[in-house]
Design a binder for this molecule. Structure first.
Ligand code: ASP
Length: 433
């Protein structure tokens, strides 16, 4: 029997998870779900995170050791950063366009605003504290964070992924320029072999994807609905126009901007791209974390889109950490929405400030669920919009987080494909039918 394609497996897990979640929320199975369903989701995410660090390390060293020379690395690096910046600025601009046209904040009632602000005081405070901690670090702190004092401690979270990249780059460069090639050949062969093994591990973990996705979705639904599903639905309805505005912005990125980039800059058909990358998009939706999705994004880009290991192993881990188009588009919409609710008019200078801070904030956001809303606090501060305004959007943050993470991952894959094309590193590869 032909094996069901991975994206179908994930879709089935996703739909069943949603249905289970609805049933559980309405039948009062909160405790059962927390005890017996949620752990499978956590195990799945942990497996993905577990593989992410060794994968990046091995794959990047392997990729660099295959480079012609160091010059190729700097040309690839320059292009990657350039494309990431451009796509982020486009994303913020699209966010600003849709929110200024639709004006979702204008129809928001004053009473609902006051009520929501009062309800979420504690949450606002904790977000503010986290944002403050980010802001207080010195201007060179990001460079300091990039260099690990101990590579064995560098695991898991966002900053540490950059540390792993830093170590792997240094190791890979040393491997190319080490004088006695006869001695280093064994090291190169080791990383080449280990790369095969680690990609197989990703495959094995993916067998578990339908169950993991089912558990994640089921649990999210139950958490969203809380104790009173009817009340939760009411709040969601109140935020419908805002949510739709964010979704339109995100959809424009996925269905207009990326296809154009792929077509004009990489000569790549979007259908083929979509077929190859769909499982990673679905996983991004289920996990709300580009870091947890990274192993699958790398595997799909290499094996289905034909991006060479050299390019994928460098561009994608970097992108998962610093390139978040979905997050920056969302931040632009959210900031202007809140300003509209408070009756503030943001002029052109304010909107440009949003472009700048949202771009920087998306670079600084961790690739984990909910990171975007913390950086939003900084964006709001930059244009003088009251921070308590984020109370208005907490209720829909998780579902929107799921959607913006899809865009984050799609953006990374688009740039990887484009850089590969321009570097002559796009290997023609049949996409699974
Ligand atoms: N969850 C997003 C990601 O991991 C970040 C965010 O927007 O909160 O890509």
């Amino acid at each position: 029997m032909k094996k069901l394609a991975l994206h179908w497996q994930i879709i089935i897990g996703l739909v069943l998870g949603l249905l289970y979640g609805l049933l559980a929320a309405n039948s009062g199975w909160q405790e059962f779900t927390a005890d017996w369903i949620a752990p499978w989701g956590t195990i799945f995410i942990n497996m993905l995170k577990m593989i992410a660090v060794p994968l990046v390390l091995i794959s990047l060293v392997n990729g660099i050791s295959g480079l012609k020379d160091i010059a190729q690395l700097s040309s690839m690096g320059g292009k990657t950063i350039g494309f990431y910046l451009i796509t982020t600025v486009i994303a913020v601009t699209i966010g600003l366009l849709v929110v200024n046209v639709i004006k979702p904040g204008k129809s928001f009632s004053e009473e609902v605003r006051t009520e929501m602000v009062a309800q979420n005081e504690a949450k606002v405070k904790s977000t503010e504290e986290q944002a403050q901690a980010q802001k207080e670090s010195g201007p060179l702190q990001f460079l300091v964070d990039m260099v690990p004092a101990n590579i064995f401690y560098a695991s898991g979270n966002n900053r540490n992924m950059l540390q792993v990249i830093f170590f792997a780059l240094l190791f890979g460069i040393a491997l190319i320029i080490a004088p006695d090639a006869s001695k280093t050949q064994a090291v190169k062969d080791f990383f080449d072999g280990a790369n095969e093994v680690i990609l197989k591990m990703v495959d094995i973990i993916m067998y578990f994807a339908p169950i993991g996705v089912f558990a994640l979705l089921g649990n999210i639904m139950v958490e969203l609905a809380g104790e009173d599903p009817a009340a939760a639905l009411e709040i969601l309805k109140g935020l419908a126009i805002y949510s739709i505005t964010v979704l339109i912005g995100l959809a424009l990125m996925v269905f207009l901007i990326y296809p154009m980039i792929l077509k004009f800059l990489a000569g790549f058909s979007y259908r083929e791209f979509f077929k190859g990358i769909a499982p990673a998009q679905l996983l991004a939706f289920s996990t709300s974390s580009s870091a947890a999705t990274l192993p699958l994004t790398m595997e799909r880009c290499e094996e289905k889109l034909g991006v060479s290991n050299k390019v994928a192993s460098f561009v994608l881990p970097l992108g998962a950490t610093i390139n978040m188009d979905g997050t920056s588009c969302y931040q632009a919409v959210a900031a202007v929405f809140i300003a509209q609710v408070y009756g503030m008019d943001l002029d052109l200078a304010d909107q440009l400030t949003i472009v700048l801070t949202a771009t920087l904030a998306s670079i600084g956001s961790a690739a984990v669920p909910g990171a975007g809303i913390i950086m939003l606090a900084i964006v709001l501060g930059s244009v003088g919009v009251p921070l308590e305004g984020i109370s208005l959007i907490f209720a829909v943050d998780r579902p929107l987080d799921m959607c913006r993470t899809v865009v984050n991952v799609t953006g990374d894959a688009t740039v990887a494909t484009t850089v590969a094309y321009t570097e002559n590193e796009l290997i023609p590869h049949p996409v699974e039918k």
